[in-house]
Design a protein around this ligand. Structure first.
Ligand code: ZN
Length: 148
């Protein structure tokens, strides 16, 4: 499309905004699940903390450091998934994976919201791992048993 360039400038801006002012960054003291993920290829680190209430993600925070893509992805993910059910979060994880693997339909799925800004990552295979890091932590966290 003719406005493709505008779109990517907008997306770039959104990624930098989440990188510079990360949402939900910090440590969750009473987490039901905490998952550490590392991406040695880029040096990215994400620690994800989740608290559940019944079947819902009540709270989610992350800490870590790394490239703009990895940190923005974590920020966008926590913003998108807070309050969602485990099932919904799992569905969005699958959708996100499809998107960064280059699936065009997933790349225009409005339910992904700000996260769509990361769709361009599909064109840079080395960055896909960066974008996926937080989401892989999520997937691991979701698979933990419901009660302890
Ligand atoms: Zn990275």
């Amino acid at each position: 499309m003719t406005n493709g360039a505008d779109f990517s400038a907008l997306y770039q801006e959104l990624i930098l905004d989440h990188y510079r002012r990360p949402r939900n960054k910090g440590v969750l003291e009473r987490a039901d699940a905490s998952v550490a993920m590392r991406n040695p290829l880029c040096g990215d680190e994400i620690d994800l903390y989740m608290a559940f209430e019944g079947d819902n993600i009540k709270e989610m925070k992350f800490s870590g450091s790394g490239c703009a893509i990895s940190q923005a992805s974590a920020s966008m993910m926590t913003q998108l998934l807070m309050g969602k059910s485990r099932e919904e979060a799992g569905r969005m994880y699958a959708r996100f994976r499809q998107m960064v693997m280059g699936d065009e339909q997933a790349g225009s799925d409005a339910s992904l919201n700000d996260v769509l800004a990361l769709s361009s990552v599909a064109r840079f295979p080395a960055r896909v791992k960066c974008a996926l890091l937080a989401w892989n932590a999520l997937e691991k966290g979701l698979s933990k048993p419901e009660s302890d």
